[in-house]
Design a protein around this ligand. Structure first.
Ligand code: ATP
Length: 221
């Protein structure tokens, strides 16, 4: 079975996340995607993040009608800080030998991958699907890798000419590019709109929009 692992702050989950999931499901015949709400440690926050329970509730509402999309509590808050490398390894313990795990990530987040904990091990732990995001070029995938894993130009050059589609494997790392997502929606913009009491409909599922309104999320400074 092909299984996706899609981590995020999801504050809130929005149309862009669902577009990434749908495109990845189609292209890689994913039978299941785990949506993992990150437990972001307070010292890492530039601005306060909505409590985990609200972010998880919105995720569950957004995914309710799609049987293949599973809200995951793999990173529910605890004593220890969660790192993707540990969460992915934990997710893998529940898989069969024949399962393939794909780590789904947008290009903006992938640019930071080298600064994550044990990036080389994480990149070798499962296959990666890197989705396009307006303002972030998929051509930068190779240079975003930790130096030791960067492929030589002859491997990566064809991807620069092919509108970003394709797969490359180098030193035990497999990266699939997913160029068809082209939606500039962001959680930051949705939070700002909700804060100013502007419309957020269409950018988040209707159930999420009404949850945000009735719980008065994002209204405080
Ligand atoms: P924020 O605006 O708060 O930074 P965000 O919109 O980037 O949030 P996250 O929950 O941080 O949302 O993103 C989770 C994952 O989804 C990341 O890998 C991110 O790159 C990806 N992602 C989010 N929005 C898009 C989008 N519009 N297109 C492609 N990928 C996206």
């Amino acid at each position: 079975m092909n299984i996706g692992f899609f981590g995020g702050t999801f504050d809130p989950i929005h149309r862009g996340h669902l577009a990434v999931a749908a495109a990845a499901t189609r292209r890689f015949r994913l039978q299941k995607i785990l949506f993992v709400v990150n437990d972001v440690s307070p010292h890492k926050q530039a601005e306060p993040i909505t409590p985990y329970v609200h972010r998880y509730a919105m995720l569950a509402l957004a995914l309710a009608k799609e049987p293949r999309y599973l809200p995951s509590t793999l990173e529910s808050p605890g004593i220890a800080v969660h790192y993707s490398i540990d969460t992915v390894r934990r997710a893998k313990t529940a898989l069969k030998k024949s399962d393939r795990l794909f780590f789904i990530i947008g290009m903006d987040a992938f640019r930071e991958i080298s600064s994550w904990r044990q990036p080389e091990q994480l990149l070798r732990e499962c296959e990666f699907i890197v989705a396009s995001r307006p303002g972030h070029s998929l051509a930068e995938v190779a240079e975003s890798l930790p130096e030791k894993l960067r492929p030589p130009d002859k491997i990566i050059a064809p991807f620069r000419r092919s509108k970003g589609a394709g797969t490359f494997t180098h030193k035990g790392v497999t990266i699939h590019l997913l160029p068809e997502v082209n939606d500039s929606v962001s959680a930051t913009d949705i939070r700002a709109a909700a804060h100013d009491r502007r419309r957020i409909d269409g950018r988040v599922p209707a159930t999420v929009a009404s949850y945000i309104r009735k719980m008065h999320l994002y209204e405080e400074e």
